[in-house]
Design a protein around this ligand. Structure first.
Ligand SMILES: *Cc1c(COP(=O)(O)O)cnc(C)c1O
Length: 392
């Protein structure tokens, strides 16, 4: 038997974590059950005591959910994980489980809107203060640290502008200050960037995005080492109940089987679109980590295997030009979701990031002319044609 840990990612994606029932089914079984029955009162007692490690209730654990967690652990090189009902359940649990009244968080300012709400608005109501910094500036990260700083939090590439944060440098700073680094790795996917190898302590995903990849269900996951999970997340996850539904876990397991085929193809097409847009006079800026013109191309090379299935670009002519362009697209649909088989485009300033005041929005690059494109699985030439026609 080859060790599962030595499998290449594509093999892990198909076979990792699979646990067959007595029926020997090829496809992962869906255990759509809330509870579990015991052979005797003594057996129930033993299970609750922890003398045997079977399941007791699906808020705590479920065989289909466990398969998803194990497959993700193998892929990420993590010791342990807890699946959650959405990406935001993963983010809010990963942060909330390790802070208490009087602690302090430092986070990069360019965050997915709900992530920013959790650290900036929710956490202070529990007595946990948060300082937001420009994630690109190590000086700002350093200056924000306080004696009570417990958690660093970042997203890279960021949503929606695809800026990068130097994960290793921030991890080193966090550790010098006895803090933990949480990285939201949605945009890079588990295939193109490995935050744990770069020094991060905890990785979170919205599995809703590329991991499902076909726009069906919400899900999320938190991955870390066993010690951190046992000491911080284990009880929090059991008793606050952000648990993933077995049905969604099953869907996500099937999504993982095709993750690399989809993400590689979508990235191939995104690179072609980035190339096309680089030569268009109506585009004033294009943010794509795979391009040498990306302002942080050196960081992209250092920490990412490839670019992304997403790109952000700015049209000259502001909001009206962006709206006209979006409205003229035929194949690309208008939607704020991402990572889908269908290409999706959104105008962040008026949708996902509308709650940011203009003076907060512009410094993080969310200008009136900015659009974010999530590239799908359609034929690349059809997409290039659709985009070129809508631009002209
Ligand atoms: C979508 C997203 C989330 C939230 O995920 P949900 O599954 O929608 O809760 C968090 N972070 C990033 C970067 C995202 O793109």
């Amino acid at each position: 038997m080859t060790s599962k840990n030595n499998w290449h990612p594509d093999t892990k994606l198909v076979h990792g974590g699979t646990s067959r029932s007595q029926f020997g089914e090829t496809s992962e079984a869906l255990y759509l059950t809330q509870g579990y029955v015991y052979d005797s009162a003594e057996a129930a007692e033993a299970r609750f005591k922890g003398d045997d490690d079977g399941y007791v209730y699906s808020r705590y654990g479920n065989p289909t959910v466990s398969m998803f967690e194990e497959r993700m652990c193998l892929l990420e090189g993590a010791e342990d994980a807890r699946a959650t009902a959405s990406g935001m359940a993963a983010v809010s649990s990963a942060i909330g489980c390790q802070v208490q009244n009087g602690d302090h968080i430092v986070a990069a300012r360019a965050l997915f809107g709900s992530c920013r709400w959790v650290v900036e608005t929710l956490m202070p109501t529990y007595g946990v203060e948060c300082t937001l910094v420009d994630g690109k500036s190590m000086d700002e990260w350093k200056a924000a640290v306080r004696p009570n700083t417990k958690v660093f939090f970042l997203e890279s590439p960021t949503n929606p502008t695809l800026e990068l944060v130097d994960i290793k440098a921030v991890a080193d700073l966090a550790h010098e200050n006895n803090a933990k680094l949480v990285v939201d790795n949605v945009f890079a996917t588990p295939l193109y960037q490995h935050p744990l190898k770069l020094g991060a302590d905890i990785v979170v995903y919205s599995a809703t995005k590329h991991i499902d990849g076909q726009g069906r269900c919400l899900g999320g996951i938190i991955l870390s080492d066993e010690e951190w999970i046992n000491e911080n997340l284990h009880d929090f996850h059991r008793h606050t109940g952000p648990s993933l539904s077995p049905f969604n876990a099953w869907t996500l397991l099937k999504g993982l089987e095709t993750l690399s085929v989809r993400v590689d193809r979508q990235t191939d097409t995104a690179e072609k679109i980035a190339g096309l847009l680089s030569n268009q006079s109506k585009i004033t800026q294009i943010m794509y980590p795979g391009l040498d013109s990306h302002p942080q191309a050196d960081i992209a090379k250092k920490q990412m295997r490839r670019g992304s299935t997403l790109l952000a670009f700015e049209l000259s002519g502001g909001k009206q030009a962006a709206f006209d362009f979006i409205n003229r697209l035929d194949i690309v649909s208008i939607s704020n979701n991402l990572g889908d088989a269908k290409s999706l485009i959104t105008h962040p300033a008026t949708t996902t990031h509308k709650s940011l005041a203009e003076e907060e929005r512009i410094p993080v690059g969310i200008t009136d002319g900015l659009v974010r494109l999530s590239v799908g699985l359609e034929d690349a030439d059809d997409l290039l044609q659709d985009i070129e026609r809508a631009l002209n």
